[in-house]
Write a protein that binds this ligand. Sequence first.
Ligand code: S3P
Length: 167
Amino acid sequence: MGNVILIGFMGCGKTTVGLKLSYRLRKTVTDTDKEIEKEEKRSISDIFAQDGEAYFREKETECLRRLTETAGNQIISVGGGLPMREINRELLGQLGQVVYLRAKAETIYERLKYDATRPLLQGERPQEKIRILMEQREPNYEKAADIIVDVDGKDFEQIVSEIERRL
Ligand code: S3P
């Protein structure tokens, strides 16, 4: 079956779904954010604060390139902004089957309203930020996806079963 990649907005459940899917499909799980944090020896929030978003985006592309050379038979969840670069969408296509976990803006807000780890959603008007970012991103998520799964109102078991069925 090869690699399965999970994409989608912050808070759509990529990490949890990735973990559960890895048990079900008996594949190991990798997360681009965690890989970058390990390599940089600092948190995503610190990377954004100290070196800015552009630096982080370079690290994402480097990480993805590395995975296309090394990853086989894995579940890979990627940061919410990663599919925005065209080169990254190409690399995702080479890497394996891409599953988009699609969530409504309200679902994302409810899940992330007390979260301090997403630098792009901190500060004033988080709902507005989610709505605007989501509008910009949606077309790119759809372009990158082989399979789209709507996650609103579903629990993780349902989501994982649906992915398994459709792979
Ligand atoms: C980002 C999403 C985050 C992380 C960074 C930027 C984004 O990952 O990569 O904070 O641009 O949407 P998650 O989608 O895992 O939250």
